[in-house]
Design a protein around this ligand. Structure first.
Ligand SMILES: [Zn+2]
Length: 204
């Protein structure tokens, strides 16, 4: 069985992973992006070069964070520039969104041309609205340890489900198994679906 990890900061064996670039060895599948905490338009030229690397599979993690980082105006303008680069270079986008949902939905209407992945999805209140958008939802250890998320796990459309470890200690195998036990899924069925989703976004 092959395990797919859509967002991690550590490369481990026994998984196919999109590793955050600063933590990735050369030629490992990775994502490159300007994190909202460090939003700065001076970083954009280097990012565009990084996106051209053949092992760079996604723009990310990028987004908006009302609790940390520079002003929302700066975060928003750096994010919009990055979304234009993602469109130009045909890269899926991995998002980090904290308390900036209206801005996220507005950007989605204006900018989405490639697959968008909401990483670390753990916001039950946003779930009904997110279901109306074409975004992929990636579940990791934080959501699996949040009881308020558990009733939603079976309601995520299977074609839009991804799994991740982010910066946590748990292995991706644990995420798969925990998801199955909470949602009452069969591991073989889940893993087949995650594989299909991953390959639909990133290619073989
Ligand atoms: Zn992360």
């Amino acid at each position: 069985m092959v395990f797919y990890n859509v967002h991690t900061h550590r490369l481990r064996s026994h998984e196919v992973a999109i590793v955050q670039a600063v933590d990735a060895p050369l030629n490992q599948f990775h994502s490159s992006g300007i994190h909202p905490w460090f939003a700065d338009s001076a970083l954009l030229p280097a990012l565009e070069i990084a996106l051209e690397h053949p092992a760079c599979k996604a723009l990310g993690e990028v987004g908006l964070d009302r609790l940390k980082g520079p002003s929302m105006e700066i975060q928003q303008s750096v994010l919009e520039e990055q979304l234009c680069l993602a469109a130009k270079h045909h890269k899926p986008v991995i998002f980090h969104i904290v308390q900036a949902w209206e801005a996220f939905y507005a950007l989605q209407n204006a900018h989405q041309v490639t697959p968008w992945i909401l990483h670390g999805f753990n916001q039950p209140k946003q779930f009904p609205r997110l279901l109306e958008t074409p975004v992929y939802l990636s579940i990791g250890p934080s959501a699996l340890s949040n009881p308020a998320m558990h009733p939603l796990l079976t309601k995520i459309p299977l074609k839009r489900l991804l799994l991740e470890t982010d910066d946590k200690d748990e292995e991706i195998q644990w995420v798969y198994q925990r998801f199955c036990s909470l949602a009452g899924f069969d591991l073989a069925v889940l893993s087949q679906q995650i594989e299909q989703n991953f390959l639909a976004i990133f290619g073989p």
